[in-house]
Design a protein around this ligand. Structure first.
Ligand SMILES: [Zn+2]
Length: 345
């Protein structure tokens, strides 16, 4: 058997240093890739410290338009991108094909079927928590360059996910044709318009264990996204802001049938006392005394099975996905949302 020089070069010690550098670089990319630097996430509000954000929701970025880091590949067909995931112990986030892509989701379907079989409200809650995905609307937003905004976001275009409370308010504005009550006028119409849209004032309070967004509102007076000295639309500045939008759909893991299957396997297996936040399988496999395989395969050729339920919590990584911040949303909010989704089916 002859081995080519190329082969030896590729795998030999001369290339060792380069390969090590590559591997380290990729390792770090993977680690940092878990958080997108341009995604704004609501910090938890303190009990006595409500905070506010002033931002403008931006129109949808469509495929081919310039955006942060280049040109949008995926783009959006609406001003928000609907997304949601199932949280599965030991597996982490499983993006929901129903919410993202309007396709059948076998996990949600199990939930809907179980919900049909019971009238017990507590049981329904448990089913929803376990099997239904939490839904969000993600938008590009310009955080106004004002000292009323936290310094780190002032004048930036970031993307942000809203839960039901804020999404309802935005939809309500969009469907309104006039300001309504003269004594208490409301914003109405195309709030994300760049020439006469409305500032969204997000107010975040602590309610129970969760963030609450009830007091948020669109300011009534419309204005250009950026103004020149005469108060007219500053088109150059507006273009600059829009050119920093983000290709939101590309930020999410592609929905995967295998992952959905794996999630179902875990969800329906019965609850295990131990769990792991790690997305990696633990490989300290105990000798497998499993039911099935013994008689079917001789022990000697049996491949090592990955450990299943019997595993210790291994991941020391600080950024291992913890229970996602998504749950910052008010619990009642979540329940209402889930109820909505149920209605949609
Ligand atoms: Zn689903």
């Amino acid at each position: 058997m002859s081995v080519s020089e190329d082969f030896k070069k590729r795998y030999g010690s001369k290339e060792y240093k380069k390969r090590l550098e590559d591997a380290r670089k990729k390792m770090n990319e993977k680690k940092s890739g878990r958080r997108d630097a341009f995604e704004y996430r609501f910090p938890k509000a303190d009990k006595d410290k409500t905070y506010q954000l002033r931002l403008r929701v931006l129109p949808e970025l469509t495929a081919g338009e310039p955006c942060e880091g280049g040109v949008a590949k995926e783009g959006m067909d609406n001003w928000y991108y609907q997304h949601g995931y199932h949280w599965v112990e030991g597996l982490g986030k499983v993006e929901c094909p129903r919410i993202h892509d309007n396709e059948q989701c076998e996990i949600c379907q199990i939930g809907f079927d179980l919900l049909n079989e019971t009238d017990d409200e507590e049981h329904k809650k448990t089913i929803k928590r376990k099997y239904l995905a939490t839904q969000f609307g993600a938008v590009n937003a310009y955080f106004l360059d004002t000292d009323k905004n936290p310094e780190e976001v002032r004048g930036k275009t970031l993307w942000i996910s809203f839960g039901k409370t804020i999404m309802d308010k935005l939809h309500e504005c969009l469907s309104r044709d006039d300001a309504g009550d003269k004594d208490d006028p409301h914003a109405f119409g195309l709030f994300f318009d760049v020439t006469q849209g409305h500032t969204l004032l997000v107010e975040v309070k602590k309610k129970g264990e969760y963030n609450n967004y009830d007091q948020s509102k669109l300011l009534q007076k419309g204005s250009p996204l950026a103004k020149d000295k005469d108060g007219e639309a500053d088109w150059e500045k507006i273009k600059e802001i829009l050119d920093h939008r983000h290709d939101i759909p590309a930020k999410f893991a592609k929905r995967s049938k295998e992952r959905v299957k794996e999630a179902i396997k875990r969800l329906t297996k019965g609850s295990s006392k131990k769990s792991s936040d790690s997305e990696w399988e633990e490989d300290e496999t105990k000798p497998d005394k499993d039911e099935e395989s013994k008689e079917e395969r001789p022990e000697t050729t049996k491949p090592a099975k990955p450990a299943k339920e019997e595993k210790e919590k291994p991941e020391p990584e600080a950024e291992a996905e913890a229970e996602p911040e998504a749950d910052d949303d008010n619990d009642e909010e979540l329940q209402a949302l889930l109820a909505d989704m149920e209605g949609d089916e």
